[in-house]
Design a protein around this ligand. Structure first.
Ligand SMILES: [Zn+2]
Length: 218
């Protein structure tokens, strides 16, 4: 099977074939990025129908707890430099935005399906959050570049997406990839490659699902 060019670092990405689901992915051994074969990307109609099945509201205790933890790790250490926030890809019920507003931040939301007004177009932010968004991105380099352009100098991009377990057998049995809307998979090294290409520095990452990138100063 043919190789592809890695969408993040442009190195050669070799195919990973999933016999059970008849899907091929491509794996870059340089930056660890894994992306699905374009032919298997679901249509926007199907994608929106799948998102509507989620119960992501303020009444969902687990969901709120997840965001409380996210806020503690990503915002508390930097809160003195954060005033204006964009929650990019907020989904149907902008829970994170509401939790942030309660703490006194100014928050805009955008979601291509649920809040499609491009409210960020003429604005720049101190922090952009993208939680459970990057695994849905078809062109993560382009999207990250666009987000960078809407950050102030030294602004922070906070990404939450579950890091993949490596390209060997573990990837094939990994539950996270069985959601058909999940098409892009990362590791901290992938974010390092993104950061290098786009003029960010990696501010922090954890071992599970979190990465903070800081845009260069002016
Ligand atoms: Zn790569």
């Amino acid at each position: 099977m043919e190789t592809r060019r890695c969408k993040i670092c442009a190195a050669g990405a070799r195919p990973l074939w999933d016999e059970k689901f008849k899907i091929s992915y491509f794996y870059c051994s340089r930056c660890q990025y894994i992306f699905i074969d374009e032919k298997k990307i679901v249509s926007p109609e199907k994608e929106i129908a799948l998102y509507k099945q989620h119960n992501n509201t303020l009444e969902n205790e687990g969901y709120v707890k997840m965001f409380e933890a996210f806020i503690r790790k990503t915002i508390f250490p930097y809160q003195e430099r954060i005033k204006r926030i964009l929650d990019f890809g907020c989904g149907p019920g902008p829970v994170l935005a509401e939790l942030l507003r309660r703490r006194g931040f100014e928050v805009d939301v955008y979601d291509p399906y649920f809040y499609p007004e491009r409210i960020f177009e003429q604005k720049r932010y101190d922090l952009i959050t993208a939680t459970e968004v990057f695994e849905h991105l078809k062109e993560p380099l382009e999207t990250t570049r666009m987000l960078r352009d809407h950050l102030n100098p030294c602004g922070i991009l906070a990404v939450m997406t579950l890091f993949h377990p490596g390209e060997a057998g573990a990837f094939n049995t990994w539950w996270y990839r069985h959601d058909p809307t999940h098409i892009s998979f990362f590791q901290p090294q992938t974010f390092k490659a993104l950061a290098d290409r786009l003029g960010f520095r990696v501010l922090m990452f954890d071992s599970k699902n979190l990465c903070l990138l800081e845009k260069a100063g002016s």
